[in-house]
Each structure stands twice: as structure tokens, then as C-alpha cells.
Design a protein around this ligand. Structure first.
Ligand code: BTN
Length: 258
């Protein structure tokens, strides 16, 4: 029997004005993205958070699946409505907020561009952002976060080498309620700051393990290889090709070389 998340405990620890104040909690669902989309479509408030104990069709970026066993991890989708020119702050704020929540319990996460969160070189959290536009305006953006907390990753051979969890890193179970509240608190604070200045960008950039490394960035058919030199103000990855020219990579997947 899986442990159920104590909602009241999350709410007691929340310091936010709007994020997670409308907290929808479901036991099993296909994907929290689907539930959040329905909420957003019917005008659910900004900051609505949809949380599931288990997902039967959890999805990751680039059409991948997200392993989502019951009662172990955090699967949450946030409904946001940033102004269109600020849409990309979500890709910066989300991994940063996860990293700060993990730092609060003694871990030392690093970020892999565009928005994976790693501990000890293995992925502990992933982010899927789905955006619905109406003309040039943002109707809503769904920020889906999967954070491996008490998951026994080693017992899941298909991801044991590349994924980790808080439990694997700390050698003990952690409180999902505490982590979720810390994540929501950090997210709202960083999101509000990001709408105003660039302090958040620097906090994100300084945790990027990708910078200075040799990378192979793929986006569909396009492949860029070289050294990840920096990120620009938009969050694009700047890759110095071997011929000396610079590639600006807006999205995609990055493999790090030694
Ligand atoms: C990735 O790294 O590929 C992104 C993973 C995102 C997983 C989360 S879990 C909550 C939300 N619901 C989903 O189906 N996906 C996201």
C-alpha cells in the first residue's frame, strides 16, 4: 500500500500568494498535464497545481515516457499565464526552483540545459512545458514537473543508470509534502523576480553543468556539436563549433561528453 500525500501538511508549509493555493489532488490519472489542461481550459486560476499519486501515461519531453509509480514521487502540473514576451522565464524558473528545494534538504543539484535537474550526474527531475497560444497571447502554459523522491530507482533497470531519486542520494526517505511546499514557495518567489530583472537568470546560469562542456545538441534533424560556451539572455545555448563559428540552440536535447 503506497503512502498518500498529506495535503494539509503541504498547505501548512505553503508561503505563496497564489501558487498551489488551488491544489487539485488526484489519485491516478493518465497525466497531470491532461487534468491541468482541462482546468486551464475552463478558466482555472493562475497557480492552480494538479498533483497525482500515480500517472498511467506520464510523459516526458520529446515524446518520451515518464516513469510514474504510485505514492513515491512528485508529479505536479502548474497552470501559469505569463505575458508572451516572458514565456521563456518558465524554463529558467522551473529547474531553479527544483534545485533550490533540493538544496534545502542538503543535496547539491546541477542543471543540464535546457531543464533537467541532476544529482551526481543522474537525472532526479524533469520538466515538460506545454503552451497554448491564442494569436500572439499566451492562453496558458502547463509546467509539468516530475521529481523522484522515494522511488527505488535501482529496482527499475531501464532507468537505473541514468536516473536517481532523493532516497538514493540521501540514503533515506524524504517528505514529499516538505519538498513540494519548498518547490512551490521557491517557484513563486523566483517567477515574480524573473518578471522583473535578471537575478534569476544568473542563479540558473551558475548551476548549469553544461557550460564549458563538449556537447552534442539535437533538435529534430539538426545536430550541433562543439563546446557549450554560454547561454544568452533568452536562455538559448551557445555552442562553439569546431570551425570556430557559433550556433544558437533554442531547444532540443543535449548529450554531454567527458
Ligand atoms: C522530461 O524530463 O522529459 C520531462 C518530464 C516531465 C514529467 C512530469 S510528471 C508531471 C507532468 N505530467 C506528465 O505527464 N509529465 C510531467
Amino acid at each position: 500500500m503506497a503512502d498518500l500525500l498529506d495535503r494539509a501538511l503541504v498547505e501548512r508549509r505553503l508561503r505563496t500568494r497564489y501558487l498551489g493555493r488551488n491544489l487539485l489532488y488526484v489519485d491516478t490519472t493518465s497525466s497531470t498535464q491532461d487534468v491541468a489542461r482541462a482546468e486551464a481550459e475552463r478558466g482555472g486560476p493562475v497557480g492552480t497545481a494538479v498533483l497525482a499519486e500515480e500517472q498511467t501515461a506520464g510523459r516526458g519531453r520529446l515524446g518520451r515516457a515518464w516513469v510514474s509509480p504510485a505514492g513515491k514521487n512528485i508529479y505536479v502540473t502548474l497552470v501559469m499565464r505569463p505575458p508572451a514576451p516572458k514565456l521563456r522565464v518558465l524554463s529558467i524558473v522551473s529547474p531553479l526552483a527544483i534545485a533550490e528545494a533540493l538544496e534545502g534538504i542538503g543535496l547539491a543539484p546541477r542543471l543540464k540545459w535546457p531543464n533537467d535537474v541532476l544529482v551526481g550526474g543522474r537525472k532526479i527531475a524533469g520538466i515538460l512545458i506545454e503552451t497554448e497560444l491564442s494569436g500572439d497571447a499566451v492562453k496558458y502554459a502547463l509546467v509539468g514537473i516530475g521529481l523522484n523522491v522515494n522511488f527505488d530507482v535501482e529496482a527499475t533497470p531501464e532507468i537505473a543508470d541514468i536516473a536517481t531519486s532523493v532516497r538514493r542520494e540521501l540514503g533515506r526517505d524524504a517528505s514529499r509534502e516538505e519538498l513540494l511546499a519548498a518547490l512551490l514557495n521557491a517557484f513563486e518567489a523566483r517567477y515574480e523576480q524573473a518578471l522583473e530583472g535578471d537575478a534569476v537568470f544568473q542563479a540558473w546560469r551558475s548551476r548549469l553543468e553544461t557550460l564549458g562542456r563538449r556537447v552534442r545538441a539535437t533538435l529534430g534533424e539538426r545536430v550541433e556539436e562543439g563546446v557549450a560556451e554560454d547561454v544568452d539572455a533568452e536562455g538559448n545555448l551557445l555552442v562553439r563549433r569546431d570551425d570556430g563559428s557559433l550556433a544558437v540552440v533554442e531547444a532540443g536535447d543535449v548529450t554531454l561528453s567527458a
